[in-house]
Write a protein that binds this ligand. Structure first.
Ligand SMILES: *Cc1c(COP(=O)(O)O)cnc(C)c1O
Length: 417
């Protein structure tokens, strides 16, 4: 069954009418389906059944503790990019031993914390970071498990802001420098070299760039073993996309698996994947209420109570999200309008030129808001962060994050008066 569907013109999430949730918990409100999280996770494990990969959910896509807890219960590991995200994983009963630490700017404190917690691996992004990890590990008298993030220099064919695998961007170690970086890492006493990783970009709808990146890493792995460096795992990062538009199609995960699994088995490597968006993106919506419909000479505006601080993707990347009415009432004459928030920025829009049969006070659902929505939320314009609800597998609504209060928002400043 589809996660979000209409019944008697009412939008449901796993059978629960979302209008009721909007009334009970207020808007803006993120609503997620636990079943959709489970299905997305199993889609990976079933597609990659030959290699039994360690799936490390990328926490930055949506770090809500209940969502992390759900993935941990499914057996998932985690990909983190800060010490704060490690705290989240631990608070959600995730295993440090299944946690990978990525990111270009790890601080001394973050490295020390991750070492104390005995994480699975540091995905190292530069030579300077190798030196820093060596230094911290030496102080602690322990060994640090590391992998080098290699930039395979393939074109991910995605938006430039979310493409990370080309040589001109800040991520990873250049392909041509990879061998020397490994040889250098080998000279550092506290480093235990266990893997190689890459992450070429996000929202990839084609798997070919990933397969190309994989083949480039395999060439390197062969070269490294000629130099006596034998790796235990290959981590292909995340990046698989989701259809944001009903005309887009899902990337073919099975095809990806088929293209890489036999080589992995043959070379006796452990496969690690770090999916974020593809596990949560289409499991969530953002509910919002229409405040005003404003008609001007050139354009109409549907002004809603959600804004760019709740969903930054349209403003940040000109990203498209489908926006649908919560009650599908065709009797209302349709209006074509930009759907905008109340924030004082012209860039504060959620959708442009949409045609909807709606009136003031109606609720709208912004689709594909499970990933990079609540996790990118801010308090701009002193807007408290929205509440989050999870529909559990027995079709119960559970509040998994309370709406932030204005008191909480001002708290840290009040103490300074
Ligand atoms: C963001 C990120 C991911 C997850 O990317 P998705 O496109 O959400 O799958 C995985 N690995 C690293 C290193 C990342 O920075």
């Amino acid at each position: 069954m589809k996660t979000f569907n209409y019944k008697n013109q009412e939008l449901l999430c796993d059978g629960v009418p979302v209008a009721q949730l909007a009334q009970q918990y207020g808007t803006p409100l993120y609503v997620y389906s636990e079943q959709a999280l489970t299905d997305a996770y199993h889609h990976y494990s079933k597609s990659f059944k030959q290699t039994n990969p360690l799936i490390c959910y990328a926490v930055k896509a949506n770090g809500n503790l209940s969502i992390l807890k759900h993935f941990a219960a499914l057996g998932s590991g985690f990909d983190i990019v800060s010490g704060g995200e490690l705290e989240r994983v631990l608070a959600a009963n995730g295993k440090a031993q299944k946690t990978i630490f990525s990111g270009v700017g790890k601080t001394h404190e973050e490295i020390a914390f991750a070492l104390e917690q005995n994480i699975l691996c540091f995905n190292v992004e530069s030579i300077n970071e190798l030196d820093r990890i060596q230094q911290v590990a030496l102080q602690k008298g322990i060994k640090a498990p590391i992998s080098l993030r290699i930039n395979p220099d393939v074109d991910a064919q995605t938006h430039p802001y979310i493409s990370t695998g080309l040589k001109e961007n800040k991520f990873g170690i250049a392909y041509k420098d990879a061998l020397n970086a490994y040889l250098y890492a080998q000279t550092l006493s506290q480093l235990n070299i266990i893997g190689i990783d890459c992450h070429i970009g996000s929202q990839l709808l084609q798997v070919e760039p990933l397969i190309e990146a994989f083949n480039r890493l395999i060439l390197l792995i062969d070269k490294l073993s000629e130099h006596g460096i034998h790796l235990h795992h290959i981590d292909m990062g995340g990046g698989l996309g989701i259809p944001y538009h009903h005309q887009e199609t899902k990337p073919d995960i099975e095809k990806y698996a088929q293209a890489i699994e036999s080589t992995i088995t043959h070379k006796n490597l452990q496969l690690i994947l770090e999916p974020g968006r593809s596990l949560v993106g289409n499991a969530g919506i953002l509910l919002t209420q229409i405040e005003f419909i404003k008609k001007t000479e050139d354009k109409n505006f549907i002004i809603v109570d959600a804004a760019m601080n709740d969903l930054m993707r349209p403003s940040l990347y000109q990203a498209f999200h489908e926006i649908i009415p919560v009650i599908d009432n065709k009797e209302v004459p349709p209006i074509t309008a930009d759907i905008v928030g109340p924030i004082c920025e012209s860039g504060d829009f959620l959708g442009k030129d949409r045609t909807l049969s709606v009136q003031e006070q109606d609720y709208l659902a912004i689709k594909s808001a499970g990933a990079y929505a609540s996790s990118m939320a801010s308090n701009y314009n002193t807007r408290p962060k929205a509440a989050e609800v999870l529909i559990t597998k027995n079709n119960q609504a559970r509040l998994i994050r309370k709406r932030e209060t204005l008191f909480q928002l001002l708290e840290n400043e009040q103490t300074c008066l």
